[in-house]
Design a protein around this ligand. Structure first.
Ligand SMILES: [Zn+2]
Length: 95
């Protein structure tokens, strides 16, 4: 099974799996059921769990919907988390 890219006229792009060489030129959108045409894309031969690819996908996903945090992560108060090791960052103003 290979992932093929389609574009719905209403909902935008989505991926669908078909056996190699048997993907139709048109498909139906999984969200609205509307007509969708197949897009020509670069082959996804990397596959698997490539760390670089996962990082790029996470970055692209957060560009559209950034994750907002409302508090700092829990830390051990005796050992504060070092955010940076650059010596000039120690001169930055502190809250
Ligand atoms: Zn749709």
């Amino acid at each position: 099974m290979t992932m093929y890219a389609f574009r719905c006229q209403e909902c935008g792009p989505f991926d669908a799996r078909y056996p190699i060489g048997s993907a139709p030129d048109r498909s139906s959108c999984p969200d609205c059921g509307g007509p969708s045409s197949r897009m020509i894309t670069a082959p996804g031969i990397a596959g698997g769990r490539d760390p670089y690819r996962l990082a790029v996908e996470r970055t692209m996903a957060s560009a559209d919907a950034p994750r907002v945090v409302s508090s700092l992560p829990a830390t051990n108060s005796r050992r504060p988390v070092r955010v940076t090791t650059h010596p000039l960052h120690r001169t930055l103003p502190r809250p």
